[in-house]
Write a protein that binds this ligand. Structure first.
Ligand code: NAD
Ligand code: ZN
Ligand code: ZN
Length: 354
């Protein structure tokens, strides 16, 4: 294709509680050594983008160092830089939260911690993100998108999908056991329900409102608890599970959710911290509760290059299907507001060319 000299991008400058991002025309850059140029067709809108654009984590030193957010990109390679062998023009590629790692340090090579590489680049945080039409990115760390997964499905899987899948694995819940998903009707949560179902778990979905209830039940939740109306959620949990759940995945970025989660667990159960709230507080329970009930409180962050391939494979096999609210770059502000109000069921995906 003829690569244009300029492209549309959503610019956040500066990020902040009242920031309004605007669409601007910016240059398209050529790929450098080891890089590919991807024409992005779609990008998902993750709540982490909303947190970053609003500078919710600025008090903890996590403010955007770029003006372009977005980390769930999918599209097609239109140019390759020198020394690139892994991709050729015409291949499909996905861009993730971790856009690149060094590939050489202990974290990169010990087999489990590549997402802790101190030299990593993060899309929409330390590097330009995917709220634009063309992106140069690392050929070594970009994801190959398999046949059977469309770009609008692949985008949201780059963060929301893989994060939910890996959090469930981290919970160590086995087939036939109870898993609670807090925030089950949101972007991450609606993926978590589908992966949990595919993995044979029994699902208790928690979220608010009839729209979220309908979505969670359609996707395979056995029970739905509406946190906006249910007075005594721990009691409901006891009625359903007798001893408590084997695992709880907290995908809601909410203090109330984190406060309740440990009390849904049976002895020896595992709470997985995934949601990244605006408020700064500690997750967990008093030592007496954690020790005497032998609870595991663990964290989970997105997924490795290999994890993303596995997450995509569930979609290619028809086991997981993103539920998409569609929009364009000019809709991101409105969609973000809806997300903050808890009124967006499933994942929003942006068509970058409408
Ligand atoms: P989302 O807004 O789409 O979903 C959040 C859901 O939580 C909503 O449906 C909301 O109604 C629900 N919710 C709010 N309070 C609740 C409560 N008390 N109980 C149950 N449900 C409640 O957001 P998302 O894109 O799914 O992201 C969720 C969180 O995960 C964000 O904080 C985001 O920054 C974080 N995140 C973490 C990682 C990671 O790797 N750890 C990756 C991506 C996103
Ligand atoms: Zn994300
Ligand atoms: Zn490294």
């Amino acid at each position: 294709m003829d690569i244009p000299k300029t492209q549309k991008a959503l610019i956040t400058d500066p990020p902040g509680p009242n920031s309004k991002s605007v669409i601007k025309e910016i240059p398209v850059t050529a790929p450098g050594e080891g890089e590919i140029l991807v024409k992005l067709n779609c990008t998902g809108l993750c709540h982490s983008d909303v947190h970053l654009m609003r500078d919710d984590w600025g008090d903890r030193g996590l403010s955007m160092m770029t003006k372009i957010a977005g980390h769930e990109g999918a599209g097609v390679v239109v140019a390759v830089g020198p020394k690139v062998t892994r991709f050729k023009v015409g291949d499909r590629a996905g861009i993730k939260w971790v856009a690149d790692t060094c590939g050489e340090c202990e974290m990169c090579t010990n087999g489990t911690d590549e997402l802790q590489c101190p030299k990593q680049l993060n899309s929409g945080f330390t590097a330009d993100g995917t709220f634009r039409q063309f992106a140069t990115t690392s050929a070594r760390y970009a994801t190959r998108i398999p046949d059977g997964v469309s770009d609008e499905e692949a985008g949201p899987l780059m963060c929301g999908g893989v994060t939910s899948y890996i959090a469930l694995r981290r919970s160590a819940v086995r087939a036939g056991q109870w898993v609670v998903i807090m925030g089950a009707g949101g972007g991450l949560g609606h993926f978590a329900v589908q992966y949990a179902k595919a993995m044979g778990m029994r699902i208790i979905a928690i979220d608010g409102g009839p729209g979220k209830k309908e979505l969670c039940e359609k996707l395979g939740a056995e029970q739905f608890i509406d946190f906006t109306v249910e007075k005594d959620i721990p009691e409901r949990m006891k009625q359903i599970t007798t001893w408590g759940a084997h695992g709880v995945i907290v995908t809601a970025g909410s203090k109330a959710a984190y406060d309740q989660a440990p009390y849904f667990l049976r002895p020896g159960g595992t709470m997985v911290c995934v949601g990244l709230p605006k408020e700064n507080f500690n997750a967990g329970a008093p030592p007496l509760v954690i020790a005497l009930r032998r609870l595991n409180i663990v964290g989970s962050v997105t997924g490795t290059l290999k994890d993303v391939d596995e997450a995509l494979d569930f979609c290619a096999r028809g086991l997981v299907k993103p539920i998409l609210v569609k929009g364009s770059l000019s809709d991101i502000e409105d969609l973000s507001a809806k997300m903050m109000a808890g009124q967006l069921a499933g994942r929003a995906v942006i068509d970058l060319w409408t």
